[in-house]
Design a protein around this ligand. Structure first.
Ligand code: AP5
Length: 189
């Protein structure tokens, strides 16, 4: 099964992806984690994208599509991927569909974690205070939210028209959200 966890910054995509990996043995493909790893390693890619992440802008489609393409075989070997933070543009979604189709696969479900803006701000403010993730500072976070609304939210009709979109209440505790995700997936499986 191939799933997309969809939602704004701070919606809980990474948190829920990790739980699904433990439960279902799937691979989490987080483009944010891949880009942060590249930055931490000081690689050429990391140097190229550091400023983009620091500003809260989107990295080019070309870069993130290539990162995902490199990991699809790994996901196939364990029976599925949880896409976390990818796709973020219609071009990325179309590229993902075509990369999967070449492998005789498809996206089975897109789970949209719905969390209101005050709750997102509260979560990110807390994480910034506790962990200091550099793009969680207030100015950058506002830009990340703007990018989500301008570039990523327009993907919702793309998946809704394909009948793949499920809305999940992301406002409760981590456990409550996990239960809602399991309920949504029980219909897909
Ligand atoms: P990325 O790492 O994908 O960041 P994001 O989407 O902004 O996501 P976050 O990690 O902030 O939020 P999340 O939804 O995963 O929530 P989490 O579980 O962490 O991307 C970073 C940057 O990389 C982008 O800005 C862009 O520059 C670049 N990038 C990445 N992918 C790209 C792409 N495809 N195209 C172009 N550029 C790309 O939770 C957040 C916090 O809330 C945590 O502290 C968590 O403990 C807490 N929390 C989680 N669930 C709950 C809950 N139910 N109740 C209370 N607290 C909760």
């Amino acid at each position: 099964m191939n799933l997309i966890l969809f939602g704004p910054p701070g919606a809980g995509k990474g948190t829920q992806a990790k739980r699904l990996v433990e439960q279902r043995g799937m691979v989490q493909l987080s483009t944010g984690d891949m880009l942060r790893a590249a930055i931490a390693s000081g690689s050429e890619l990391g140097q190229k994208v550091k400023g983009v992440l620091d500003r809260g802008d989107l990295v080019t489609d070309e870069i993130v599509i290539a990162l995902i393409e490199d990991r699809l075989a790994e996901a196939e070997a364990v029976g599925g991927a949880i896409f976390d933070g990818f796709p973020r543009t219609v071009a990325q979604a179309q590229a993902l569909d075509s990369m999967l189709a070449k492998r005789g696969q498809k996206i089975d479900s897109v789970l949209r974690l719905k969390v209101d803006e005050p709750a997102l701000i509260e979560r990110i403010t807390k994480r910034y205070a506790e962990q200091g993730r550099s793009d969680d500072n207030p100015e950058t976070f506002v830009n990340r939210l703007d990018r989500y609304n301008a570039d990523t939210a327009p993907l919702l009709p793309y998946y809704r028209e394909q009948g793949k979109l499920s809305e999940v209440d992301g406002m409760g505790t981590v456990e409550a959200v996990a239960s809602s995700i399991d309920a949504a997936l029980s219909v897909v499986a």
